[in-house]
Design a protein around this ligand. Sequence first.
Ligand code: HEM
Ligand code: HEM
Ligand SMILES: [Fe+2]
Length: 455
Amino acid sequence: MRYKSQSVAYWYFAVAMVLFGLQLVFGLLSAAKYLGPDPLLYILPFDVTKVIHTNLLIVWVLTGFMGATYWMIPDESRTELHSVKLAYIQLILWTLMGVSAIIGYLFRYGTGNKLLEQPLPHKIVIVICMLIFLYNIGMTIKKSGRFTTTEGVLLIGLVSSAVLFFPALLYYENYTVSIFYRWWTIHLWVEGVWMMIMGAFLAYLLIRLSGADREVMEKWLYVIVGLVFIAGILGTAHHYYWVGVPQYWLPIGGFFSALEPAALAGMAIYAYSAMRRSGLAHPNSLALHWTVGSAIFALFGAGLLGLAHTFPAVNKWTHGTLITAMHGHAAFYGAYAMIVLAMIVYALPKLTHGRSEEGSTLGYWAFWLQVSGMFGMTLSFATAGLGQVYLERIMGMGYLDAQLKIQVHFLMLIATGSLFALGVALFIYDFFRYRPRFEASEEAIETEPTVTRKR
Ligand code: HEM
Ligand code: HEM
Ligand SMILES: [Fe+2]
C-alpha cells in the first residue's frame, strides 16, 4: 500500500464481505421456499426473504464500489485521501442504514418498489453518504492536481449514479408512472453508469496487472463508455414493453438494447487482449483471474443472456419469469460482484500482513467454486424458466401447477447454489485470515507498468 489512507478500503471490503455472506443465506432460503412446504411461511415469507436477498446485494456491491474507489483514487492521483475521518463516518452511517433497512424489512417496513424498497429516511441517509463520498474523493483529486482518464470515467459513473437515485426519492400515485421512472434508476444504473464504474476498475486493474500502456487502455475505455451510452439510454425501453406506455417504445427498446452487448463484448475483448500481451506475468495472477473472469462472465450473463430475452417478440413470453432471474443472477454476478472481488483480491496483499501476492490455493478454490456454482445456478434458473414459459404462458397452465412441475430445477438450484456459497465462504475466510495493515509499506510501492511485457 502506497498511501496510509488507503487502509480505509479494508473496512469497506470487510463490511461488504459480511453482507455478501448474509445475502446468500437469504438466497438459499428463497430457493428452498420453491420446494415447499414452508415452515417459515408466517415469519419469513418469500417476499421478505427475496427483498432482503436483493437489497443486501445492492448494499454490499455499493460498499465494495466505495471501498475500491477509496483504494484506487490515492493510487491514481498519487496522494493521501482528503479525509480519512469522513470516510469512516460515511462507512458507519452507510452500514447502519443498510442493516436497519434489512431489520425493517423483517417487520414489513418498506416502500415496495422492487430493488428500491428502502423507506424515505433510509434513502435520505443514502443521499448524505453519497454526498460525503463524492466530496471526499473530489477534494482528494483537487488537492493532488493529478486527474487520470480512468479516474474521470469512475467519477462520472459515481456522480451519475447519485443523480439517477433522484427519481427513486419521489412517490408516484400512478403505477405506470412509478414503473416508468423506476427504470431510470435501476436500468440506467446497471446498464449505463455502473458500466462506467466497472470499466474504470477494469482499466485500472488491467493497467496494473498486465502492464498494458495507459494511453492505449484509456483510449479503449472511451470507446466502451461511448457504446454503453449510445445503447444503454434508449435501451431502457426494453422495460417499457408491457407497462402501459405507447407502442413506439417496442421497436426502440428492441433495437437499442440489442446494441448493448457490443459494449460488453468490447470490455471482454479489451480484457482478454491486455492479458494476452503480458500473459500471467504479474505475481497476483489470482486478481487477473477475477478481472478477466468478470469481463467474460459479464459478456455471458448480461450480453448473451440479456440479448436472449430483450426483443419484444421473445419478452412477451418470458417477461417476469424465471428467465429474468437467470439473466439477473449471471449479469449481476459477472459485471458487479466479480469486479468488486477483483479489486479486493488485487488490494488485499497490500492491505494485510503476511499474505502472499500470488494468492493461495484456497483463493483459487474460491474462484472456481463460485464461477462454476454460478454457472450451474444460471442453468437451473434457465431450465426452470423455459419450463415455466412453456407450461404457463404457452399451454396456459396455472402458475402454481406449473411451479410444481418445475420443482426439480430448484433442487438443482440449491445444489449449485450451495457450491457457489461454499466458494463465497472460502473467499470470506481467506479475506479475514490475515491482520489488516494500517501503515504504508515501502516494499509495496509499485510503479507503472508493473511487469515487463513479453512481446
Ligand atoms: C446461494 C446463492 C443464491 C441463491 C440460492 C439465490 C436464489 C435466488 C432466488 C430463489 C431468487 C428469487 C427468484 C424469484 O423471484 O423467483 C433470487 C433473486 C435474485 N437474486 Fe439470487 N440467489 C443466490 C445468489 C445471488 C447472487 C450472488 C446474486 C448477485 C450477484 C443474486 C442476485 C439476485 C437478483 C438480482 C435477484 C432478483 C431477480 C429478479 O427479480 O428477477 N443472487 N435469488
Ligand atoms: C451488467 C449488466 C446487467 C445487469 C446487472 C442486469 C440485471 C438485470 C436484472 C436484475 C433484471 C431484473 C430487473 C427487475 O425485474 O427488477 C434485468 C431485467 C432485464 N434485463 Fe438485464 N441486466 C444487465 C444487462 C442487460 C443487457 C445488456 C440486456 C439486453 C441486451 C438486458 C436485458 C434485460 C431485459 C429484457 C430485462 C427484463 C426482463 C423481463 O421482462 O422480466 N440486461 N436485468
Ligand atoms: Fe435493462
